[in-house]
Design a protein around this ligand. Structure first.
Ligand code: ATP
Ligand code: MG
Length: 366
């Protein structure tokens, strides 16, 4: 997939902007707070309908703007395609067009412009909390499987409703009557999430192990393990079995949930661990090992996307190369010699020879 042209209108700090891109490397250069990350955010949003910075669509519209617009000309699936989003600051629903035809949901454009974002926080992914790792896994899996995206949205919705019941029951005990219904539905959809995640983490771990081995010269054996609810003995089991596993765990935590007023069990607590030759990275990994393993995970994510959609996804490197020592920079650059890449940085330095340079100043392309 290649993004050939992008037009923005009242998106973040951009007024009206049109920019043409190189099919290879695009270097986005500018001082702090000029709009470099905003540009990557627009590209990611164009293809996914999701921002990597906010859940609130309204924040994407320029301060004081009536609406915001992102439009892109994409070469994908062997043809030119256009994608266009119109976003509103209030509660008015956003609008999406693909090739001039109005579409209902981001799932209608799955695979047209998949992107993989890599930013400095990702380098610490294996040292941070489970929530960050879940966010990484969910975002990657949503980009691969539109049905997972739908199931995850459904799960969050049921979880919110159940949370409200658990909070309200202290003052209104009658709400507990509907709790079993929510628990059943939560376990059914939760089982589906686990099933997707088991397969995803298995493929991701295998692909990442290959990159890590290349980079560490084969001295460290990278292994990734998906962690879910303790009653799930086999995450690859049929969804009906997983559903029963989740119900069992929920049963044993029923009283605790009522007492604390919180949803204590379910795949919303999932995590994954990485070991290097059997040693837990989170507890014992050096900074270098942690970074190399994180780079391997990101390259693996990109590889799974390419396998799924049949073309390299667009890679968005936000400030990440300048964070790396030259050995790791070279490793990343050597792995991404194909496909389209957007690299943001303040000090382009040695990167300028890589491709087209685009200078951003105060929400304008110079
Ligand atoms: P850095 O090098 O520090 O990462 P950057 O070039 O990536 O900087 P961005 O994050 O792209 O900077 O842009 C930040 C600027 O955009 C900030 O000045 C912020 O106030 C502005 N901004 C963010 N959202 C909006 C909005 N909805 N309307 C207008 N301006 C906005
Ligand atoms: Mg930035």
């Amino acid at each position: 997939m290649k993004l050939n042209e992008l037009k923005l209108r009242s998106f973040r700090n951009y007024g009206e902007t049109a920019v043409a891109f190189d099919p290879g490397v695009n270097l986005i250069v500018g001082d702090n707070a000029q709009g470099k990350t905003n540009l990557l955010e627009a590209i990611a949003y164009l293809g996914s309908g999701k921002s990597f910075r906010t859940q609130k669509t309204g924040e994407l519209v320029r301060f004081g703007g009536e609406f915001g617009e992102i439009e892109g000309k994409v070469f994908s699936q062997d043809r030119e395609q256009t994608l266009r989003w119109v976003l509103f600051p209030g509660s008015r629903p956003r609008q999406l067009w693909r090739n001039g035809a109005k579409k209902k949901s981001n799932r209608d454009i799955a695979g047209v412009l998949p992107t993989v974002l890599f930013c400095p926080e990702d380098l610490m992914i294996l040292k941070l909390g489970a929530a960050q790792r879940r966010r990484f896994g969910d975002s990657a899996l949503c980009g691969l499987r539109p049905n997972y995206d739908a199931a995850l949205t459904e799960y969050s919705r049921i979880l919110d409703q159940k949370s409200r019941i658990l909070k309200d029951h202290f003052d209104h005990p009658e709400v507990l009557e509907i709790l079993p219904e929510y628990n059943t539905r939560l376990c059914q959809v939760g089982a589906l999430l686990i099933s997707y995640r088991a397969r995803f983490y298995d493929s991701l771990g295998k692909a990442a192990a290959k990159y890590h081995s290349q980079f560490s010269g084969g001295t460290e054996e990278f292994s990734l393990e998906y962690k879910t609810v303790s009653t799930v003995s086999d995450p690859f089991a049929p969804v009906s079995v997983l559903t029963q596993n989740l119900l069992d765990h929920l049963d044993s935590h029923h009283r605790a949930e009522l007492e604390t007023g919180q949803c204590l069990t379910g795949p919303h607590k999932d995590d994954f661990t990485v070991t290097l030759s059997g040693i837990d990275l989170k507890a014992y990994g050096s900074q270098g090992q942690t970074r190399t393993a994180a780079i391997s995970l990101k390259l693996a994510q990109r590889e799974l996307m390419a396998r799924e959609w049949g073309e390299e996804p667009v890679l968005l490197l936000d400030d990440v190369l300048s964070e790396l020592d030259s050995g790791r920079q070279d490793f990343v650059l050597n792995q991404i010699t194909t496909g389209q890449v957007f690299i943001t940085c303040c000090e382009p330095g040695r990167f300028t020879r890589l491709g087209k340079t685009i200078v951003i100043q105060n929400g304008n392309v110079m």
